[in-house]
Ligand binder design. Structure first.
Ligand code: MG
Length: 374
């Protein structure tokens, strides 16, 4: 059978603000840099082709930037019409250059990410394969840890309850936020959770709010608590500071979620500035860019633990040669008809074709803007 090129007939973009049940605070709220988070601004792209195929992808932003991502995607999406959706490399480059005046990182590429991810979903569905299988997976499940129960707006009692609940649900690890103004309180909370969960994997996340001296002191205080990692101890762009912590502390250092291009991640990799890289596919521009990043990280013998968006990252993490972690967040659950399964500390790659997600009626109800290009 000879190959018959398909053509992109339309791209529907939707802006969907996802409300959170309680306002969320991490260390950035306590340093006064951000307000508690009340919603996540989701950008969805749904692609239809001349041969009747479809794909769905999403990107997101927190606190600000959602309408701008939507506006940028709306402006450049037309460049994809009529193209073969299988030519994802070509399409990414075309969309990138259509809006390159505002940069090849950050908001501009985050807007493209929704389309890039939808193209991969479409291709995997065409092949009748889960996305991980299309890309070439190493495993059918990935270790998973809970984050949503460990924010700083939750009391220690609540954090402990949520940790127990997560472990009972088959989520293997627990991450809790640190970076309170009172560092002794951070130590008290982390020590109490360690005692509460016993030997279960435990991570902490300072969301970039320590200075170098505090990060070193806190890292030393945590070194005998057997943490899986200390996340974002410093400003995301302090490569030298992270490199020094990575060399000095016994506990692995994790960072990278705030970076929005392969080039920015390369500065961390080249400087050996972390043990665990935490890329985020929607933030770096989608799966095309994320897979380039995985190749670089593997060459540098780094571990990875992708940030947020488990619905996408589960597939991508399954394709990394080394064992990885995905972050279990149930926040996006109301947007989708499907649920991801966790068992024995691992999240199971779904056997549905593509990403294995479809938008729920609730997501349609929450949609504030939508446009079909084409
Ligand atoms: Mg984090």
């Amino acid at each position: 059978m000879t190959y018959r090129p398909d053509a992109i007939r339309s791209i529907t973009l939707s802006q969907i603000p996802l409300p959170l049940s309680v306002p969320i605070s991490d260390a950035k709220v306590f340093t006064g840099r951000q307000k508690p988070m009340t919603e996540v601004a989701m950008l969805f792209a749904e692609i239809e082709t001349a041969q009747g195929r479809s794909g769905i992808g999403f990107s997101y932003s927190k606190r600000a930037g959602g309408p701008a991502q939507y506006a940028h995607a709306k402006e450049v999406a037309e460049a994809a019409l009529g193209e073969d959706p299988n030519d994802i490399g070509k399409l990414y480059t075309k969309l990138l250059w259509a809006g390159a005046s505002v940069g090849r990182s950050g908001l501009a590429t985050q807007a493209l990410a929704a389309i890039d991810i939808a193209l991969y979903d479409l291709k995997a569905k065409r092949a009748d394969l889960p996305l991980a299988k299309l890309l070439g997976s190493h495993r059918d499940s990935v270790r998973t840890y809970n984050t949503s129960g460990g924010f700083l707006n939750a009391s220690l009692a609540e954090v402990k309850d949520r940790a127990s609940q997560s472990l009972e649900e088959g989520i293997g690890g627990i991450k809790i936020k640190v970076g309170l103004p009172d560092t002794a309180e951070d130590i008290r909370r982390v020590t109490a959770v360690r005692e509460h969960i016993g030997v279960a994997p435990l991570m902490v996340d300072a969301n970039q709010q320590w200075d170098r001296a505090t990060a070193l002191r806190m890292g030393r205080a945590f070194d005998d608590l057997d943490l899986v990692w200390i996340e974002e101890p410093l400003d995301a762009y302090d490569v030298e500071g992270h490199a020094r912590l990575t060399r000095t502390l016994d506990t692995p250092i994790a960072t990278g979620e705030m970076l929005s291009s392969v080039a920015e991640h390369r500065s961390l990799i080249d400087a050996r500035a972390c043990d665990i890289l935490q890329p985020d596919a929607p933030r770096v521009g989608g799966i095309t860019q994320f897979m380039r990043l995985l190749a670089l990280a593997d060459e540098a013998a780094l571990d990875i633990a992708p940030h947020f968006a488990m619905e996408i990252h589960l597939h991508l993490a399954a394709c990394y040669p080394r064992e990885t972690w995905v972050e279990h967040f149930d926040w996006l659950d109301p947007l989708f008809n499907e649920r991801l399964e966790t068992r024995d500390g691992r999240m199971i790659v779904p056997d549905r074709p593509g990403l294995g997600i479809s938008l729920s009626d609730q997501a349609r109800t929450w949609t504030t803007e939508t446009v079909t290009i084409g």
